[in-house]
Design a protein around this ligand. Sequence first.
Ligand code: C5P
Length: 227
Amino acid sequence: MHKITIAIDGYSSTGKSTIAKQLADWLSYIYVDTGAMYRAITLYAINNNIISEGFFDTEKLITALPSIKLYFKKNIATDKAEICLNGISVEKEIRTLEVSQFVSPIATISEVRRKLVDQQQQMGKEKGVVMDGRDIGTVVFPDAELKIFLDASAEERAKRRYKELLDRGEEVTFQDVLQNVKERDYIDSTREDSPLTKAKDAIEIDNSEMNLEDQFHIILQLAKDRI
Ligand code: C5P
């Protein structure tokens, strides 16, 4: 069967990864969570004193980049792909509010982006991939056959993220989560290198009032129309 590339971009916590995963499972495509890659680099920076007391050392991080190896590996117990940082799964560690607070500034560094974009293009070069992120339809795969741009109100997105963090046992306040969502959106959309923006040919879906099932069926139909 003819395989296509599906790019799903959008603001923080719009449910991109949930939809992308479902779609990839249904189509038997590869799923790539590019946010996890930026988060893993941020975790590396936290663990290696490149970030301390609220500041990070850009030069130190750029020097360390060649020694940061990232790949996805399926966890046999859960049947889900997990991101590995230098051989160790860090799927849980990258989802904390601390990582969320530093990831967007780290993602503005062009050297970081170049490294990850190269790896993402390699992973998707055979097509048959659903990739979610901020610059997939604009930079990573500008020729993707299907581009979706997801949006929802900041409050609705923060509510979803807050619940996710509480379910994981993190002690956070709703206000902190809402502030983080807004800050990340601002940094992601205003950075110089590959800012978050809707590709001209992307289909925009606001899912503030939409359930997951309806959303999935709409996007699946759009994919089927292109296969
Ligand atoms: O998707 P997620 O919220 O996990 O992404 C974390 C952060 O990584 C984003 O807020 C953004 O700063 C950065 N990111 C990016 N480009 C991507 C994916 C994520 O800049 N393709």
